[in-house]
Ligand binder design. Structure first.
Ligand code: BGC
Length: 901
């Protein structure tokens, strides 16, 4: 049988990226269509200077030869020194354990950016002074509304020619524009990125993007850059946006030319009168400057740009933000004369595209909200201080359309005022944006509520993936709150290819670290809240750990290890006798009826996360071969556990705390946390679990009573303790508090709180921090989990809970697709399974009936509590609770369990 060539080729975790800026990029791929017990003997990668050479037998840039894989399907580039702004073409083949060789894969590409800071010849440029634009409208330039500045967009332009005797072989543009930019060439918008570049701590670093502009360069050329404010202006005290651009042109003749931003560029204001991340945009189409981005435009009344001395940017190696969905409204209503309210039927982050026709000077205003009141008018409460409004002034004379550029809103409803005529569903569309990561997961089951929760979580994650994981898209925050990020990270890794996204975020966190190791609550630290609540700061180690697990890239752990250590040292320094008091603030944030936790002591969550981080770091140290550290950290974790128990355990249960704790009811979070990490003193665990399960039933009627921290672990703890049914009841609740309650109330994303609306502003309807339940769907209902870094060892252990009759999930891992699909009826349980090449699989079949038999394919492999026939490639490992265990390798399998008469 032929073995299939590799697919899913990536460089630095991205598909065909441009702007690669490391000298030894990581090349990776997946292997699909696994045969039984298929292993990998070797890979061979060839890298070539062009497509033609890539199709030859060997690469003219690199031929790895046959290499034995060390771990996952990846190789670090080891060929000739890479050159800046150059395109490389590569392919890979593999040899199986049985020595069959595959064909080479299709050709993938990667392009380098400016590999060396000295390769930057361009200068940062900006506008010298902040003059007001006169538009007939009264427009304030540079005023602050809410916390971010509303200032005009800046237009920059420059013309250049190429020699008529030359043909362009390749042109590459590297650009950074802060806060955000759009790049134009010869009347065309370059690329489809929006809100680019991804936000960073601009005082320390900024990111440039790389575009292939070969097809846009002609003999006479004009380059235009439009700049918006983003967070750059207010947070960094800079008064004007700035940009840097370098276009490297290579001619067929071998000649080269570099076009750069410098003092010869011109700048102006234009139709984009104001733009603010929270406030929105004001755009006066009457001020448009047709041809400003084309050669021949008269810019004599434009100002000269000034050059600025700032640090050079580094390459943005993360998926850009794009418009990923266009949404048709469900309904347009007219609650009052002159006011249309559009309902998109779902909450999302982005903006609208509006089409209209009418008289010049018509002013249309848009306001965005997540909720409407009983009269159908917008409820702007959840937006807090974000104005969330856009204004468009029409130029008239024909059909026109408007779509903002440098803002975004979190909303389901839009109010449109001043629209000329009657607004219909055809005139307005929702445009949803997010960091454009490839989907890698699929989950469905027979419980419609779970499917809805899953869908809401995906919408919520996307709404909060904006170059960094944010808390919410609607109010004047949208920050990288660390807890929100790590609590949702595992869920995200099942569903999307997040390696580059979280790699960027880990760097944001590292850059934000203080010399004493302290981390902020928010990264980049737009709110300089130091030190982080330990439940927030844990993001650094937790996300690094999860990333390594899901993507198997050890380089990241190595890069961050010294700084993670520094963070743990910081925690040690602030602890007293291994208990952390004082620096925690939010703890089990947002449990029912509150934001700040009244029931769960913050010192308990803080100390628990201290233990958690030290434990993970000791494992990381072990993986990196830092044996001494691993041992020291592991000893430290034991001391923390002892202190934790001394401080919070009363011999039977862990205490709650604060005014809400005095009623004798067992505190869920306080007890879930130590159970989840096996911290309970020996011999005490069983009683504690029993107490917890009976309290869940008697005191809470199977509802959770947890905030974001407890919620992350409650379902896993119950399931692992053999109480999957109780977990399933908690997850299935349709009454308050629970995910199902949100759905019953019409939620299309997750709320910030278990309450729908409290009126105190803390009522985002699009937070992702309760989204951890989705990982439980994958790991427990479908049963897929990763047992060793990079999915080398996979566990499949489905749970048939509640009324479930089927569940299916597929995860495109770095090895290939793992998929599980099971269904049950009164007499049988059937599970189809796919395990990728090179993986070890640990398969657990739920034992649904006493004395059932299990077949795999045509062979009965288990009967009456015992292993029967021996099937090649599958070995029986024993019974654990309610599952029978088998071990195997890769392949597709069908297990059928039958009830015996
Ligand atoms: C944010 C969060 C965040 C929290 C810190 C809120 O305002 O929206 O989700 O984690 O503050 O307690």
């Amino acid at each position: 049988m032929d073995i299939e060539p590799p697919t899913g080729l990536r460089c630095e975790h991205l598909v065909d990226p441009l702007g690669v800026d490391v000298s030894r990029p990581l090349l990776s791929w997946t292997l699909e269509n696994p045969g039984r017990g298929q292993t990998v003997r070797a890979f061979r990668v060839i890298v070539a200077s062009d497509e033609e050479n890539a199709l030859k037998e060997t690469g003219d840039v690199w031929d790895s030869g046959l290499v034995t894989p060390a771990g996952s399907n990846s190789v670090e580039y080891g060929g000739k020194r890479l050159r800046s702004c150059t395109r490389y073409h590569w392919r890979v083949m593999w040899v199986s354990g049985g020595k069959e060789a595959s064909r080479f894969s299709d050709v993938a590409r990667f392009g380098t950016g400016l590999l060396d800071r000295r390769a930057w010849k361009a200068r940062w440029i900006g506008r010298a002074r902040c003059t007001e634009h006169v538009s007939g409208e009264s427009v304030n330039v540079g005023i602050t509304t809410g916390p971010l500045v509303l200032a005009h967009g800046v237009y920059l332009r420059k013309e250049f020619s190429t020699p008529c005797s030359e043909r362009v072989r390749r042109a590459t543009a590297c650009i950074c524009g802060l806060g955000f930019y759009e790049l134009y060439m010869n009347g065309r918008r370059v690329g489809d990125r929006v809100l680019d570049p991804a936000q960073t701590d601009y005082g320390k670093t900024a990111l440039y993007s790389t575009y292939d502009v070969t097809d846009l360069v002609g003999e006479r050329n004009a380059v235009g850059i439009l700049l918006g404010n983003g967070r750059y202006i207010k947070n960094y005290g800079f008064s004007h946006p700035r940009a840097i651009l370098q276009i490297q042109i290579e001619y067929v003749s071998g000649g080269k030319e570099t076009i750069v931003t410098d003092g010869s560029w011109k700048c102006s204001h234009g139709p984009l009168l104001e733009n603010g991340l929270y406030s929105g945009e004001r755009y006066d189409a009457r001020l448009e400057m047709p041809g400003w981005d084309q050669p021949g435009f008269s810019d004599s009344d434009w100002d000269r740009a000034v050059t600025l001395r700032e640090r050079m940017p580094v390459s943005q190696m993360v998926q850009p933000i794009r418009v990923t969905r266009t949404i048709t409204p469900d309904r347009v209503s007219k609650p009052e004369p002159g006011i249309h309210v559009v309902d998109f039927g779902q909450n999302f982050a982005g903006w609208v595209r509006l089409r209209m026709k009418g008289p010049r000077g018509t002013r249309i205003s848009l306001r965005y909200a997540e909720l409407v009141d009983d009269e159908g008018m917008l409820n702007m409460g959840p937006n807090q201080k974000a104005d969330a409004s856009d204004i468009y002034i029409m130029k008239g004379g024909g059909p026109e359309s408007f779509e903002p550029k440098f803002t975004y809103h979190g909303f389901r409803y839009v109010e449109v005022k001043g629209y000329p005529g009657t607004l219909t569903k055809d005139d307005i569309q929702g445009r949803a944006l997010n960091s454009d990561m490839e989907g890698t997961g699929r989950f469905r089951c027979s419980n419609g509520l779970f499917n809805k929760i899953h869908d809401n979580i995906l919408r919520g994650f996307c709404s909060n993936a904006m170059g960094l994981p944010t808390d919410c898209p609607q109010r004047d925050e949208r920050y990288g709150w660390l807890a929100d990020a790590h609590l949702a990270a595992e869920m995200a890794m099942f569903n999307y290819h997040t390696a580059a996204f979280y790699r960027k975020f880990l760097r944001d966190i590292r850059l934000a670290q203080k010399r004493n190791g302290s981390l902020p609550n928010v990264a980049p630290p737009y709110l300089p809240l130091y030190p982080a609540d330990p439940a927030w700061g844990s993001a650094y180690i937790t996300i690094a750990w999860l990333l390594h697990n899901h993507y198997g890239d050890t380089r990241l752990l190595r890069e961050h290890y010294p700084y993670m250590k520094r963070y743990v040292d910081f925690l040690s320094k602030v602890s007293e006798d291994h208990v952390i008091r004082g620096i925690g603030k939010f703890g089990d944030w947002c449990s029912p009826g509150e934001t700040y936790p009244k029931k769960t002591p913050v010192e308990l969550t803080s100390t628990w996360y201290y233990f958690h981080d030290v434990l993970l770091l000791s494992r990381i140290a072990g993986l990196l071969g830092e044996r001494k550290d691993a041992e020291t950290l592991s000893n430290l974790s034991e001391r923390i556990r002892d202190s934790f128990n001394r401080e919070f355990f009363d011999g039977v249960r862990y205490r709650g705390g604060g005014p809400g704790a005095g009623n004798g009811v067992l505190n869920q979070t306080s007890n879930i946390l130590p159970l989840s990490l096996g911290m309970v003193p020996e011999g005490k665990e069983k009683t504690l679990v029993e107490e917890m399960v009976s309290s869940l039933k008697d005191d809470h009627d199977h509802h959770l009573d947890t905030g974001i921290v407890g919620t992350r672990y409650i379902l896993d703890v119950l399931t692992d303790a053999g109480h999957g049914e109780a977990a399933c009841r908690v997850a299935s609740q349709r009454t308050y508090p629970g995910w199902g309650y949100m759905i019953e109330r019409g939620a299309t994303t997750l709320w910030e709180r278990w309450e729908e609306y409290t009126g105190d502003g803390m009522n985002s309807h699009n937070h992702i921090m309760f989204g951890s339940i989705d990982a439980w769907f994958y790991r427990v209902l479908a049963g897929i989990s990763c047992l060793s870094p990079g999915w080398g060892k996979i566990q499949v252990r489905p749970h048939v809970l509640g009324e479930l009759t089927f569940a299916e999930a597929a995860v495109k891992t770095v090895r290939g697709t793992v998929s599980v699909s099971w269904r049950r009826d009164d007499d049988s349980f059937t599970m189809d399974l796919q395990v990728p090449v090179g993986c070890e699989s640990v398969i657990w079949i739920p034992l649904l009936w006493k004395g059932a038999s299990i077949r795999e394919g045509d062979s009965v492999i288990w009967e009456r509590g015992k292993k029967t026939e021996t099937v090649k490639d599958i070995s029986f490992t024993g019974v654990d609770g309610m599952h029978a265990g088998f071990r195997s390798g890769s392949g597709t399998f069908r297990f059928v369990e039958k009830r015996q008469a």
